[in-house]
Design a binder for this molecule. Structure first.
Ligand SMILES: C[S@@+](CC[C@H](N)C(=O)[O-])C[C@H]1O[C@@H](n2cnc3c(N)ncnc32)[C@H](O)[C@@H]1O
Length: 234
């Protein structure tokens, strides 16, 4: 790996630039290439909007290489494979030229992040460092000023409900529903009807300027919406 650049995956936290770690900010102040995937041509990535103030302070900002490939939000596995392969090869070209690349990702790097697909493809070929970030659901619990789990509680993180719902509701003490914009009203009714005392709240755009905490499920569901169900039986 001598002479090659290093891939640095950076979790940039849930939204507030002040929640970037010192380590992430340190890398972002000097790294020559920042890789920031976005879901469509028109929209800036949320991760980039979080780190932009740090990048803009750089004296060499104009020379910084900001690469913004499109990673569309699709579920077709074959198409996704192609997109991740080509993203990994694009990064490999920068690394082969001896430049370090920072791959920025919302929240934490290990929680439903596109970074993980690129990380897997480049593992063993290049040096890789992963800098964790504050994940959205712990930020949501902080916004509510309440612990997610205590003592022997079991926390379950759910990206999309399937036929395991009954088991999830039976055996978890707290449930985090990420990607809440996919929740259907049937799902919400099933959870509400579960015969266990519980607190349900949703947080939209946590730690961002337009943060909103809603009791129960939220009718409006912007992309950055997380719902937390905390069972309160003794
Ligand atoms: C693709 S996942 C990325 C998760 C991210 N890696 C993390 O650690 O939070 C996107 C989902 O994370 C949740 N999310 C991320 N940032 C959020 C925020 N600021 N407020 C509320 N939910 C957020 C939402 O449920 C959203 O649909």
């Amino acid at each position: 790996m001598a002479g090659k650049g290093k891939l640095i995956g950076i979790g940039v936290g849930p939204g507030d630039t002040e929640l970037l770690t010192l380590k992430a900010a340190k890398v972002l102040k000097t790294v020559p290439v920042v890789f920031s995937p976005k879901s469509s041509k028109e929209k800036e990535s949320i991760a980039l909007s979080i780190v932009r103030p740090v990048l803009e302070e750089r004296k060499d900002y104009k020379r910084l290489m900001l690469v913004e490939p499109i990673f569309p939000m699709i579920e077709d596995k074959k198409e996704l494979e192609k997109i991740w392969n080509s993203a990994a090869e694009m990064i490999a070209q920068y690394l082969d030229s001896g430049r370090d690349v920072a791959f920025i990702t919302l929240g934490d790097t290990s929680i439903f992040s596109t970074y993980s697909y690129v990380q897997k493809r480049l593992m063993g070929r290049y040096e890789i460092e992963t800098i964790p970030g504050i994940t959205s659901f712990t930020a949501c619990a902080a916004a509510r000023n309440k612990a997610l789990v205590e003592q022997n509680d079991i926390l379950t993180i759910v990206p999309k409900i399937d036929d395991r719902l009954e088991q999830v509701l039976e055996y978890s003490d707290s449930v985090v529903l990420m990607k809440a914009s996919r929740n259907t009203s049937e799902l919400e009714e099933t959870i509400e009807a579960k015969n266990r005392p519980k607190e349900i709240y949703s947080v939209q755009n946590c730690t961002r300027e337009n943060e909103k905490i809603i009791e129960g499920f939220s009718n409006e569901k912007p992309y950055l919406t997380t719902t937390i169900i905390k069972f309160e039986d003794d």
